[in-house]
Design a protein around this ligand. Structure first.
Ligand code: BDR
Ligand code: CA
Length: 313
């Protein structure tokens, strides 16, 4: 990427409140070639409808391709307890005029990566089912993607279980395939994303941007913060998980990373879905396979988010 050029992006997501904001950032700060959807926070039909709704709200002319309705092996588990029954509860949804461009997200990913060898970032903010299927269908993608930037995992903690984060736990077998594929991988886990909490004063800044899109996003954040307050603590503030995976590509100066070996636990009684990061610093450990995001400049990230939402009308 030449300095000043916007990175070429695909966003694979399961909107989801934080996915919605990831989309807003990706479309402004990258050359967003498409959105693919996966089952996760809610069923595929809803994540796809929500992606179309967000394109409507943000005025984006980006194709939305529906992907996998279920994980590779596991039963689908969803997260209505955070995102509500629609997956994007809070604001009233405007009717969307768009329809999915196809139900072949995997084919779209493969074709788009191959059309831009070495140039394209795949940002994955849901379970890694589509990404794993794309790498199965076209193993050459591991060498032709510029990288995959995911929100997932945590070093060393989880949110759905003490050990496992939602996106990885929904489809650990897919995550395992992606982490072992050799593709250049960046991972924004919970320990990074929880450094960026969105609370009432920040939501007021978003609302003060004016315009329908910012108001919609402020309503999303109100619902999301209250859900976090109910489920995890009594502070009405939610971590902006998925946007970190975008900023790691579009604003790398806002994060620091460390190259580590990370493996996915598939069989543990209490640890299935855990991202096991080797922090020992031993010489003979397995070779590092992931750029793990370790810190996020939350103040600067908030400024980018607010400035970005102010540009949407
Ligand atoms: C992740 O799980 C989902 O609920 C969010 O959208 C995010 O991608 C956080 O664990
Ligand atoms: Ca998500």
């Amino acid at each position: 990427m030449v300095a000043g050029e916007r990175p070429l992006l695909l966003l694979d997501c399961d909107p989801g409140h934080d996915d919605a904001l990831a989309l807003a950032l990706a479309a402004r700060h990258g050359e967003l070639l498409g959105v693919t959807t996966v089952a996760g926070n809610v069923a595929l039909e809803r994540t796809t409808a929500n992606a179309l709704t967000m394109c409507e709200v943000l005025g984006l002319d980006v194709p939305v391709h529906a992907g996998s309705p279920r994980p590779l092996v596991a039963e689908l588990r969803t997260a209505e307890f955070i995102h509500g029954t629609s997956g994007l509860d809070g604001p009233a949804h405007p009717p969307h005029r768009r329809t999915p461009a196809s139900d072949d997200a995997v084919g779209f990913i493969v074709d788009t990566v191959r059309a831009h060898p070495g140039a394209l970032w795949l940002i994955a903010t849901g379970p890694l089912t589509n990404v794993a299927l794309a790498l199965r269908a076209a193993p050459d993608l591991a060498g032709s993607l510029r990288g995959v930037s995911i929100m997932g995992g945590g070093v060393p903690w989880g949110n759905v279980t003490p050990a496992a984060e939602f996106n990885i736990l929904v489809d650990p077998e897919a995550a395992d395939e992606v982490f072992r594929s050799g593709v250049p991988l960046t991972m924004a886990g919970l320990d990074a994303t929880h450094q960026w909490m969105i609370d009432a004063p920040i939501i007021e800044r978003v609302r003060a941007c004016g315009g329908a899109a910012a108001a919609f996003c402020a309503d999303l954040l109100d619902f999301y913060g209250a859900a976090y307050g109910t489920v995890y603590s009594d502070r009405n503030a939610g971590p902006l998980h998925d946007p970190v995976a975008v900023l790691a590509v579009t604003h790398p100066q806002l994060v620091t990373t460390e190259r580590l070996h990370v493996a996915i636990e598939l069989t543990g009684t209490h640890t299935r879905g855990m991202t096991v990061a080797d922090l020992r610093g031993v010489r003979r450990g397995a070779a590092p396979n992931v750029d793990v995001v370790r810190t996020v400049d939350a103040t600067a990230a908030t400024d980018v988010l607010v400035d970005t939402l102010a540009e949407y009308r």
